[in-house]
Design a protein around this ligand. Structure first.
Ligand SMILES: *Cc1c(COP(=O)(O)O)cnc(C)c1O
Length: 370
């Protein structure tokens, strides 16, 4: 039986190293509630990400929900439908209305030129996503936000460790949110973080992740429980030692795919942005069936027949989910709609073997001839 290949495979630190990292918890009995490992990981991440302040959270989704809640927003939030469910749900679960803006066909991020016509007197914020690790048009977005007095919260779940023009990606906007889920470039099993500059906002986040408790007898926020526990933080401390190595190995996989798939007509691979230190988190491929001769779904099926499970990220658009009951019209974001039907993300992770990459490329190449 051939081994199944999935779109990603969680990185693991050496077993003994993790054991060593958690060992002292059998002495301290401190397992959660912003313990020493939680604090140590926050410090280490502030250094690694080159950001002002980091607030760790139990997962990326709660990080995003609370990052939005702590901004005290009302009304409408401009965002992208070409993302993981979490981005849209975090807005809606805060009682806000998402207003979907179309995306740029090259970077798949919010098309900053299409934001302004969507702004109304109810708009309070913009929530863009650095999708596949492509950095949004941060300068244009900042100018628009300043002009209309809007908050900007970046969903940076795909952009761990990236830099734009030498700046850590977590510095952009009023807050940036990372996910440390097991499937991401850097993980804490489940986990996430909010990066920000305003210490006041940091205090609010701290309370929000701990039930809104201000003091032993004072609770002044309807908070959640979003604390990262010590076992998660310990996993993060271990994984952080290897993340540069992980990214370097991903880069090799990315290069191998690019080299072979570049030549295929009707098969478009993602161009890496200039001035960006990339993390090679994803390898999305766009299939133009008129030239290539097959649809994205046919490629997905052909790979699955070989026990290779790519993912249709991001299909369907979040604006078309059943839970949103036809509230939104996907034809308002035609570029996102067209891309979501034609894009496939191929397996990419540090340990993916060159032979497997060859096999995947072989399947895609051989279909072209049919
Ligand atoms: C993974 C992800 C999240 C949520 O992260 P979790 O840690 O899984 O809760 C949010 N947004 C995007 C774009 C993601 O890919």
């Amino acid at each position: 039986m051939e081994e199944k290949v999935f779109v990603t495979k969680s990185s693991m630190p050496p077993f003994e190293e993790y054991m060593e990292e958690i060992k002292d918890m059998w002495d301290t009995h401190i397992l959660t509630n912003m313990g020493p490992k939680h604090r140590e990981l926050e410090k280490k991440l502030e250094e690694y990400l080159n950001v002002n302040q980091v607030s760790l959270m139990v997962n990326g989704h709660m990080a995003l929900e609370l990052a939005i809640q702590a901004m005290n927003l009302t009304g409408e939030v401009i965002t992208t439908p070409f993302t993981f469910s979490s981005t849209t749900h975090a807005i809606v679960r805060n009682g806000l209305t998402p207003v979907f803006c179309d995306i740029d066909p090259d970077t798949f991020t919010l098309d900053a030129d299409k934001i302004e016509p969507l702004i109304t007197d109810r708009t309070s914020a913009i929530v863009p996503v650095h999708v596949y690790g492509n950095i949004c048009d941060i300068n244009k977005i900042r100018r628009i936000a300043e002009k209309y007095g809007l908050k900007v919260i970046y969903d940076a779940a795909h952009a761990f460790g990236e830099e734009y023009g030498g700046m850590g990606v977590g510095n952009f906007g009023d807050a940036s949110v990372f996910s440390f889920h097991a499937t991401k470039v850097f993980h804490t099993i489940e986990g996430g973080a909010v990066c920000f500059g305003d210490p006041e906002y940091g205090m609010d986040l701290y309370r929000l992740k701990n039930f809104g408790i201000r003091g032993p007898e004072t609770v002044d926020y309807v908070g959640a429980n979003a604390k990262m526990n010590e076992f998660q933080a310990a996993m993060g401390l271990c994984n952080l030692r290897y993340v540069d190595q992980e990214i370097a190995r991903r880069k090799c996989v990315f290069a191998q795919y690019a080299e072979r798939l570049n030549k295929l007509p009707g098969v478009e691979i993602m161009k890496l942005q200039e001035n960006v230190k990339h993390n090679y988190a994803y390898f999305p491929v766009f299939f133009d069936e008129k030239i290539y001769g097959h649809t994205r779904n046919e490629v997905y099926d052909a790979l699955a027949a070989e026990q290779i499970f790519a993912r249709k990220y991001f299909y369907p658009l979040t604006s078309t989910y059943d839970c949103y009951h036809d509230q939104f019209d996907a034809n308002q974001t035609p570029v996102a709609l067209r891309i979501s039907k034609r894009i496939l993300t191929l397996p990419i992770y540090a340990g993916l073997k060159p032979d497997t990459v060859d096999k995947i490329c072989g399947v895609i190449e051989s279909m072209k001839g049919e």
